[in-house]
Ligand binder design. Structure first.
Ligand code: ADP
Ligand code: MG
Length: 361
């Protein structure tokens, strides 16, 4: 299949109001041609509404949508040339795999003689070469989702919209498909806008992730940037595995965590209430080798949970404040973990000391 080039998408001050509910509240977002952007947020944050506005199924209450600089705000869905993949596949159960995949070509009244070759290429793209004659009922969940993908790609759309397409699959298949989708995106060169409530999924696949909360865009950034520079406590709680602890300003680059001074190497938010976001992997059990500038404190081990590749260690500070850290499950790391009930020295590098405003706005 040829590279489609990818559509540039501009969302300008889009809002959607249902009665008294602001499903989407003044969202502006520019998505570059060939970019993979995820819309990430909890249930009810407006992800599907925004995707519906892009697809043309939902009329915005206000705002403008541009594709490649063209205003498509009032363009009906079938004239937008978008490939769409939903969670529930939405395949036609009475049609074969090949008929399902060819459906968008039929709907567009393209010449029949072109179907076979295009279906073959689309199925090969999703690793289902030779499946044309199979019935949908004979396929596994993962294969059905691949058919849905092939159907979305067959007319080489410049923009593909996906709404939680992997959420019905089991964990292992989901993770395999995430990597496949990522590689497929690179090969296709289409712009992809992908809705998910799974932060790991968003981080794995996306060039940038847009975080939505209560219909508002809170932050859009590269995955690593979101993780290390969350805009506020909500983003910090949603990305990674952070413990959020309220802290007081203690002058200069220092804050106080229940009386313990904690230094950060990052600029402090200029005003408002502050929260320290400790990602589990940034907190180390001291082995005497850590850099002298690390923030050090002492805690008691309250629980140790084995999770395969790593262990999660739950801790309590002297005043009872709970937090946790992760240790890789190799011998040297695990042998540093004292038994439950005992004290442990832990530390956090000032470069990893993330202090965010309680709320961005
Ligand atoms: P998400 O996809 O992030 O879970 P949605 O975009 O589906 O969120 O919904 C955002 C908000 O808008 C929710 O409060 C939801 O109940 C409301 N909503 C969505 N669609 C409709 C609708 N057709 N009628 C009324 N309220 C709706
Ligand atoms: Mg949704």
């Amino acid at each position: 299949m040829a590279k489609s080039g990818g559509e540039r998408v501009e969302i300008r001050s889009a809002s959607k109001i249902y009665g008294s509910v602001r499903a989407l509240d003044d969202v502006s977002l520019d998505i570059a041609a060939q970019e993979f952007v995820s819309l990430l947020g909890p249930s009810g944050s407006g992800k599907t509404t925004l995707l519906g506005i892009l697809g043309g199924f939902v009329q915005p209450s206000a705002g403008t949508i541009l594709f490649g600089g063209r205003d498509v705000t009032f363009t009906p869905p079938h004239k937008r040339d978008i490939g769409i993949v939903f969670q529930n596949y939405a395949l036609f159960p009475h049609m074969s795999v090949g008929e399902n995949v060819a459906f968008p070509l039929r709907a567009r009244r393209l010449p029949k003689s072109t179907y076979a070759e295009r279906v073959r290429a689309a199925l090969a793209m999703v690793d289902l070469a030779g499946y044309e004659e199979r019935g949908i009922g004979q396929l596994s969940g993962g294969q059905r989702q691949r058919v849905a993908l092939a159907r979305a790609m067959i007319f080489e759309p410049r923009l593909i919209l996906m709404d939680e397409p992997l959420s019905a699959l089991d964990k292992q298949l989901r993770e395999t498909m995430q990597i496949e989708l990522r590689q497929l995106h690179k090969r296709l060169g289409a712009t992809i806008i992908y809705v998910t409530h799974d932060q790991r999924e968003a981080l794995t696949m996306s060039d940038r992730v847009a975080i939505l909360k209560d219909g508002k865009l809170v932050q859009i950034d590269k995955p690593s940037r979101l993780h290390d520079h969350p805009a506020d406590a909500f983003v910090a709680s949603f990305i990674g595995e952070a413990t959020l602890l309220p802290v007081e300003r203690a002058g200069g680059d220092t804050v106080s965590l229940a009386g313990t001074p904690i230094r950060t190497a990052r600029p402090l938010p200029p005003s408002g209430d502050l929260v320290l976001a400790i990602q589990t992997e940034k907190l180390l059990i001291e082995d005497g080798a850590g850099a002298p500038e690390r923030n050090r404190f002492s805690a008691r081990v309250t629980d140790i949970v084995f999770q395969g590749e790593s262990l999660r260690v739950f801790l309590a500070l002297d005043d009872g404040t709970p937090l946790s850290l992760r240790q890789p499950s190799h011998f040297e790391a695990t042998s540093r973990i004292p038994p439950v009930g005992e004290r442990v020295a832990i530390s956090l590098h000032p470069q990893d000391t993330i202090i965010v405003p309680k709320a961005a706005r």
